[in-house]
Design a protein around this ligand. Structure first.
Ligand SMILES: Cc1cc2nc3c(=O)[nH]c(=O)nc-3n(C[C@H](O)[C@H](O)[C@H](O)COP(=O)(O)O)c2cc1C
Length: 350
C-alpha cells in the first residue's frame, strides 16, 4: 500500500501544482531603487545553512523513493543536483526501513552524486534507530524530520496518534550525528511552533508553507467520495510562515518552501530572512515535462536570474537581501495585523 501511495503522490502532485492556490508572494512588493550602484558580476548566490556551505541556495526538496519505479526519478534528480550544485533531500525512507529491497531506490542519489549535499528524510514520529539507518542509507549530510499531521488525518489509512512527538524530535536531535531540519510539507508553521522547536534545540526549520503542493487536496483525491475538500486551504502560506519566523531568525536557519514558482519568489523569501529555498513539485514538473538536460539548464538560468534581481536591489550577497525593502499587502498584511506582527518595518529598510 505504501508503494502505491508514493506513486499516487507523484501523479497527483503534478496536477495539484496546476490548481489555483492562494499566491502569497504576489502580496509582497519590492521597492524599486533606480540607482543600485553595483554590477551583476559582483553577485554571489552561495549560502550557508546550518554550517554547511551550499554553492546553490536551492534545495530539491523531499519527494521520492520507496517504489521500484522511483529509482529512476531519484537517479535523475541526483544528476540535476550534481550539475547545478543543489542539495537534494530524498523522500520519506520509511518504505526502505521496512522493506530493505527498496533501499536501492534511495541510495542511488549518493551513488550518482558522491560529493553532493544530501538530506535523509523520515517522519518526526520515528525512532532514533530508524533515523540513524536513514542517515546511513544515503550517507546524509543532514536529516529532515517531516511533520504532516493534516495529511495523515485526511488519509483514511493515516496515523491518528500524535502524542509525544516533541520528545521524539528532541531525542532524535540529541542522538544523530548530523544536523536536524524539521519540515512541514505544505501546511506552513507559526511562531508558537518555532518557540517549541527552539526549546528543544532545533536550529534549522523548513517552513513548508501553503501555496504549492497541497497534501490535503492530494489525499482527498485518494479518498472514496472525496469528502474532505473543505480542508483544502488549511494552514499558513509560505510568506506568512516566514514573517512569523522573524523573531527566531538569529537562532534558527529557515528554509523557504511551498509554492516557490520563480526567482522573484526566491529573492522575496531571502528578503523575509530565509537562508535557502526548497523546491519539490517545480523540479519534478521540470523533469517530467522537459527532461534532465533542460531542467539543469532552467535551474542554472534561475541562478542567473536571482543575480539580476539582486542587482536591481543593490544587494550582491544573498544574506544582504534581508535588508531589501518591501511592502506587505493584502491577506498577508491582515494576518500580521491580527497576529500583532510588525510588518511596516519591512518597507522602511535602507
Ligand atoms: C510527489 C511528492 C512527494 C513528497 N513526499 C515527501 C516525503 O516523502 N517527505 C517529505 O518530507 N515531504 C514530501 N513532499 C513534500 C515536499 O518536500 C514539500 O514540502 C512540498 O511539496 C511543498 O513544496 P512544493 O510546493 O515546492 O512542492 C513530497 C512532495 C511531492 C510533490
Amino acid at each position: 500500500m505504501r508503494e502505491q501511495r508514493k506513486l499516487d503522490h507523484l501523479n497527483l502532485a503534478l496536477q495539484s501544482n496546476k490548481s489555483e492556490r492562494y499566491l502569497s508572494f504576489d502580496e509582497l512588493h519590492f521597492i524599486h531603487r533606480s540607482l543600485p550602484e553595483m554590477d551583476v558580476q559582483e553577485c554571489n548566490v552561495n549560502v550557508n545553512l546550518g554550517g554547511l556551505n551550499l554553492t546553490s541556495p536551492l534545495i530539491i526538496n523531499a519527494m521520492t523513493g520507496g517504489a521500484f519505479s522511483t529509482e529512476q526519478i531519484n537517479h535523475d534528480l541526483a544528476v540535476i543536483a550534481k550539475e547545478t550544485g543543489m542539495a537534494l533531500a530524498v523522500g520519506s525512507q520509511k518504505a526502505a526501513l521496512r522493506n530493505h529491497k527498496l533501499i536501492r531506490t534511495y541510495e542511488v542519489v549518493r551513488k550518482v552524486n558522491p560529493k553532493g549535499i544530501i538530506f535523509a528524510n523520515v517522519s518526526a514520529d520515528s525512532t532514533v534507530e530508524d533515523a540513524l539507518e536513514a542517515i546511513e542509507m544515503v550517507q546524509a549530510d543532514m536529516l529532515q524530520l517531516h511533520l504532516n499531521i493534516p495529511q495523515e488525518l485526511v488519509m483514511p489509512e493515516g496515523d491518528r496518534h500524535f502524542k509525544g512527538m516533541i520528545e521524539k524530535i528532541h531525542h532524535i536531535k540529541e542522538k544523530v550525528p548530523v544536523s536536524v531540519i524539521v519540515k512541514e510539507v505544505g501546511f506552513g508553521m507559526c511562531k508558537e511552533t518555532y518557540e517549541t522547536l527552539k526549546g528543544i534545540g532545533i536550529h534549522i526549520i523548513d517552513v513548508g508553507g501553503k501555496g504549492g503542493t497541497n497534501f490535503a487536496w492530494i489525499e482527498n483525491q485518494r479518498r472514496e467520495g472525496k469528502d474532505f475538500d473543505f480542508i483544502n486551504e488549511w494552514g499558513q502560506s509560505t510568506v506568512v510562515s516566514l514573517i512569523e519566523s522573524a523573531k527566531y531568525q538569529t537562532e534558527i536557519d529557515f528554509i523557504s518552501s511551498g509554492g516557490i514558482r520563480n526567482p522573484l519568489d526566491m529573492v522575496k523569501s531571502f528578503a523575509l530572512g530565509a537562508k535557502a529555498i526548497g523546491l519539490a513539485s517545480p523540479v519534478l514538473s521540470l523533469l517530467k515535462e522537459q527532461g534532465v538536460e533542460k531542467a539543469i539548464h532552467r535551474i542554472q538560468n534561475w541562478h542567473e536570474q536571482i543575480k539580476l534581481i539582486m542587482t536591481m536591489l543593490g544587494k550582491p550577497r544573498v544574506e544582504k537581501l534581508v535588508n531589501a525593502s518591501l511592502v506587505v499587502t493584502g491577506t498577508t498584511k491582515e494576518w500580521c495585523e491580527c497576529r500583532n506582527i510588525e510588518y511596516k518595518s519591512y518597507a522602511k529598510r535602507m
